[in-house]
Design a protein around this ligand. Structure first.
Ligand SMILES: [Mg+2]
Length: 128
């Protein structure tokens, strides 16, 4: 299982084109240009996702090209890439934002209860 932290690390390095931990030498202009490039890609991918949802093209286990699965991944990828550009730790934000949402939508379970439940479910599955 991949954590959000791990996914962010991987996408950061995919975007960098190397696994090396190198200092970010870009100036503010270059950083801003890159964020704009990613946002344009994200919008493009949302368009592709919308098209595939309209056509209901699902992944059949063989070719992922031109499917909802592919485009959900692409949208996810560029969303993470934006978070990385701002140095956002999504696991932290998830917890902070979820507390607000839990109250706002009067949800009856906490994130912790949800995680506990998930672990129990996974544990049960591995018993079979
Ligand atoms: Mg795509």
């Amino acid at each position: 299982m991949m954590t959000l932290k791990e996914v962010q690390y991987l996408i950061k390095h995919i975007e960098q084109g190397t696994l090396e931990e190198k200092e970010d030498l870009r100036n503010e202009r270059e950083k801003k240009d890159n964020i704009q490039r990613i946002v344009l890609k994200l919008i493009e991918e949302f368009g592709e996702l919308a098209e595939n949802i309209r056509k209901n093209t699902r992944f059949n286990g063989k070719n992922i090209k031109g499917t909802i699965e592919e485009e959900v991944f692409d949208v996810f990828y560029y969303t993470i890439a934006i978070a990385n550009e701002y140095g956002i730790e999504l696991e932290k934000v998830f917890e902070i934002k979820d507390k607000i949402n839990q109250e706002k939508y009067e949800r009856e379970f906490s994130l912790e209860e949800g995680r506990e439940n998930y672990k129990k479910k996974i544990y049960k599955k591995s018993e079979y």
